[in-house]
Design a protein around this ligand. Structure first.
Ligand code: F0G
Length: 483
C-alpha cells in the first residue's frame, strides 16, 4: 500500500515530519508530541459518513467486524494485511433515559458510550489495536507500557494474541486486582515499581530507549488514531449527527486528545458540519489539567506556556503533593498529552471540571443502579455532568454523550467499599461508617433458617424503588435516530 500517512511534530515552530516506518514517541528535533497526519488528497476518503454503514453487513471480514477498523479510511497508515485486530470496538451509544431523568436531563438526551464491552474490558483496546498494527509494521517484537491497570491489561491481551512479548510497569499497590489479574494471565512480564503512575511512565520510557522496546502508552501517536473511532461510533449511533457535548474522564489525556483530532479532521474533510463541545473531568485529587486550565493555560495556536506547566509541577513537588483518588485509572499528576488536550479543548470549545471521590462513588452507584456497571474513573463523567448542569454550563435540553471508559468488574474494591464499608485491600479494618455511600446496598447477614430468610427478603415486594422508580421503557420504546 502506498502510504499517505506521516508523523508530524505538534509544535508549530518546529513542524518536523517523519516517516510512519519510524518508531518515535516524540519529535526527534524538539522533543514535542507527534501527530499522525495524512495526505488526504491522495487518500480514498468517503464522500459521506454513511458509507461506513454498509461495512457492518460484511462482518465475517475481521476488519469490517472491528468497530475500530471499519473506519480505517479515516486513519490509513497501514496496509490491511498488517492489521492486528481481535474484534475490538463492539460498543455503541446507549440511551440512558432513566439515569438522565434522575439527574434532571430532558427525556432521551443523555447517552452513554460504554467502552467496558471491549475484549479487555476498557476503551484501551481501541488504541492498542492501532499501536500493535504499527508495532508489527516496524517489526517490533517486545512491547512495553506503564499503567494504572487498563493499559497493561489491554497490552497483555494484544501481545498474547499477536505474538509479541509484553512488559508492563505498574506502581506498587496502585492497581486494581481485576486488571492485574489480566496482565498476569495473558503472560506479560509484570514489574511492580515502587512509586505511582508518573514514576512508572518515566521509567518505562527510559527502559524502552535502552532496550529498544516498543512503547504502548498514549504518548504513542498511533494509539490515539485508534481511539478516534470511539467518536465515530458515537456519531454512527446518532445517525452521524454530532451531540452537543462529549464528556470524558481525564487521566493521561489521550482520549480527549484523540476525540479533538477526530472531530477536527471530520470537519476539515467536510464529513460533519458541527463540532460538539468537550468536557474533560478530573478527579480532584489528580486535577492537573483542570487546575492549569482554570489558571488560564491555553493551546494558544500551539504556543503553550511551558513555564506555567513547569511552575505547576515544581509547586506540586515542593509541597510533596502526589495524585490521589479512588478512581485509580486517572490517578495521574503529569499527563503526557496535556498539550494535545489543550488543543482539543480549544477546537471543541471545551471546559474542564474536577469532582471529589465522594461524587465519583455516588455517580458510580447511580449508574450501577440504572443497570450499567463501570469503574470509578468512568463515573467521573456523570459526576462532572451533574456539576456542569448545576452551573448551567450544560443545559438540561442538550444532547450529551458520556464515555464510560472501563468495566465495573475491573475495580470491584471501590464498589465493595462503597456498599459495605469493607476495605478489601485491608479487610481487617472496616472503614468508618461515615464513608459508606448514600446508596449503600449492604448484604444482609441472616441465619440459615427459613423464617429468618423470608423475613430478611420481606413480603412487601419492595424492589428498592429509590433509583429505579417509575416506568422503565423497553428497548424498542427508546428514542431511535433515523438514518
Ligand atoms: N478511564 C479508564 C478506565 C482508564 O483506564 C484511563 C486510563 C482513563 C479513563 C484515562 O484516560 O489517559 O486517555 O485520559 N488509564 C491508563 C492506564 C492511564 O494505565 O490504564 P486518558
Amino acid at each position: 500500500m502506498k502510504t499517505v500517512a506521516f508523523q508530524k511534530c505538534i509544535n508549530p515552530d518546529c513542524g518536523a515530519t517523519f516517516d510512519v516506518g519510524q518508531t518515535l514517541t516524540g519529535c526527534k528535533l524538539c522533543g514535542d508530541l507527534l501527530d499522525i497526519e495524512y495526505d488526504w488528497c491522495s487518500a480514498a476518503i468517503p464522500k459521506s459518513m454513511k458509507e461506513f454503514q454498509t461495512r457492518w453487513q460484511n462482518r465475517r471480514f475481521p476488519l469490517d467486524f472491528s468497530g475500530v477498523w471499519r473506519f480505517r479510511d479515516l486513519f490509513p497508515f497501514a496496509a490491511d494485511a498488517m492489521i492486528c485486530t481481535i474484534g475490538e470496538g463492539q460498543t455503541f451509544l446507549q440511551n440512558a433515559v432513566c439515569l438522565g431523568n434522575h439527574i434532571g436531563m430532558w427525556p432521551g438526551q443523555l447517552w452513554l458510550q460504554y467502552e467496558g464491552m471491549n475484549p479487555s474490558g476498557s476503551f484501551k483496546d481501541n488504541g492498542m489495536t492501532a499501536a500493535f498494527t504499527h508495532a508489527r509494521l516496524v517489526g517490533a517484537r517486545r512491547v512495553a507500557c506503564a499503567s494504572t491497570g487498563n493499559t497493561s491489561a489491554s497490552l497483555a491481551l494484544y501481545a498474547a494474541s499477536n505474538g509479541f512479548q509484553g512488559i508492563v510497569f505498574i506502581g506498587s499497590g496502585k492497581i486494581a486486582f481485576g486488571k492485574l489479574a489480566q496482565a498476569l494471565d495473558y503472560g506479560a512480564r509484570t514489574l511492580q515499581i515502587e512509586g505511582d503512575f508518573d514514576t512508572c511512565l518515566m521509567r518505562v520510557r527510559e527502559v524502552a530507549t535502552h532496550l529498544g522496546l516498543y512503547l504502548m502508552n498514549s504518548v504513542n501517536p498511533f494509539r490515539l488514531e485508534g481511539q478516534k473511532s470511539i467518536m465515530y461510533r458515537v456519531l454512527e449511533s446518532l445517525s452521524w449527527q454530532p451531540p452537543d457535548w462529549i464528556i470524558v474522564p481525564g487521566g493521561n489525556l489521550g482520549n480527549c486528545s484523540a476525540f479533538g483530532k477526530a472531530f477536527g479532521e471530520l470537519k476539515a474533510l467536510g464529513l460533519i458540519k458541527k463540532i460538539p463541545r468537550l468536557a474533560v473531568i478530573n478527579a480532584s485529587g489528580a486535577s492537573t489539567l483542570h487546575q492549569l486550565f482554570t489558571a488560564g493555560l491555553r493551546w494558544n495556536h500551539g504556543h503553550v506556556d511551558e513555564a506555567q506547566i513547569k511552575a505547576h509541577y515544581a509547586s506540586l513537588e515542593s509541597q510533596g503533593i502526589h495524585p490521589h483518588t479512588v478512581a485509580s485509572a486517572i490517578e495521574i499528576g503529569r499527563p503526557v498529552n496535556l498539550k494535545k488536550a489543550l488543543r482539543a479543548l480549544d477546537l471543541m470549545n471545551g471546559v474542564t471540571c474536577d469532582v471529589s471521590d465522594e461524587e465519583i462513588l455516588e455517580a458510580k452507584a447511580l449508574i450501577g443502579r440504572f443497570g450499567l456497571g463501570c469503574e470509578p474513573a468512568s463515573a467521573a463523567t456523570i459526576a462532572g455532568l451533574k456539576r456542569l448542569l448545576e452551573r448551567q454550563i450544560i443545559s438540561r435540553s442538550d444532547r450529551v454523550a458520556c464515555v464510560l471508559t472501563g468495566h465495573g468488574l475491573k475495580d470491584p474494591d471501590a464498589t465493595v467499599y462503597y456498599h459495605t464499608g469493607i476495605n478489601t485491600k485491608n479487610a481487617r479494618q472496616p472503614a468508618p461508617e461515615a464513608t459508606w455511600g448514600s446508596r449503600a446496598n449492604k448484604p444482609i447477614r441472616v441465619d440459615d433458617d427459613l423464617s429468618a430468610i423470608l423475613a430478611a427478603i420481606g413480603a412487601s415486594g419492595d424492589i428498592g424503588a429509590d433509583a429505579g422508580a417509575g416506568y422503565v421503557p423497553t428497548a424498542l420504546e427508546l428514542p431511535f435516530v433515523e438514518y
